[in-house]
Design a protein. Sequence first.
Length: 334
Amino acid sequence: MTVNETLAQASNAMVYGSMTAFTGAMVAFSISLAKGRRLETLETSVERSSASHQVRMGATATLDRPAVSTSVSDEAGRGEGRRAGNIGMSLTWLGTILLGTGIVFRGLSAGRPPIGNMYEFSLAAGFAVSLAYCLLSLTRDLRWLGVFITMPVLLDLGLAITVLYTDSAQLVPALNSYWLAIHVTAATVCMGAFTVGAALSGLYLVAQAAEDRVAAGLEPGRSAALAQRIPSADRLDLMAYRIHAFMFPIWTFAVIAGAIWAEAAWGRYWGWDPKETWAFITWVIYAAYLHARATAGWRGRKAAFVAIAGYGAIIFNYFIVNMYVQGLHSYSGL
């Protein structure tokens, strides 16, 4: 089957259009975050527990926070940067739609699933991240999170079109299987959700650092400027946990689907190929995160570091293993 060059070029145009929209969204979200008015003063009365100590004390300092809404109908968190946040949200939806259209055009141009190489997977991963954020924003006000989503999406798309770009073509024989759509789609969905989870875990560390200083009677420190404009550490921790807990079974399915595909393609379910190995390492790390989150001594900061380590393993597997390590999956590279 020949490639439809018109659709291939249309796909490229959609990708560039989405990058323009995401750039505008990132700027708007940055303005929104910077100008977010401190609408609510949080009087600190902190109870902290760990394996070695428990602290309970009255407030000797305060940490100003916006009234972060938990519903899109909640008007409490308007603030000075609300308009910029709304613009950023609209541009994020636009960028997501344009990117999704570009992916569809890419697939139609070659008459196959558009996830056959690193360029196409990068587009799909960026789409998964932005779509996950947009869908979550339907039930919660997440404008404060926007800049931490649009930035990695832009970096991903920028790398895709400058380093990983591959002309639209037919699949190599090893990828010509219905398992491609099953296995890679599941992995893409997980990568999108885990990116949001990693962003929440990182912000949790920022908020927790400020809250710990306030609990000790100190000024919030350098993290105060950001901590004042995001939800509390407890809420961020809970949001991150829910995303990881929901996506972990899907990641498990992706690993199992890959093993089934490997048996069909290579005659064995598991061979400790570098990509298989790192997929398993990632699974172990996220399993450890869920276990840590359920264990009193490892909740909070320690669990957040484990979650970020899991996301680091995903990024290492995708970029380093795919591009620099030889293995049976090398055909799926550049």
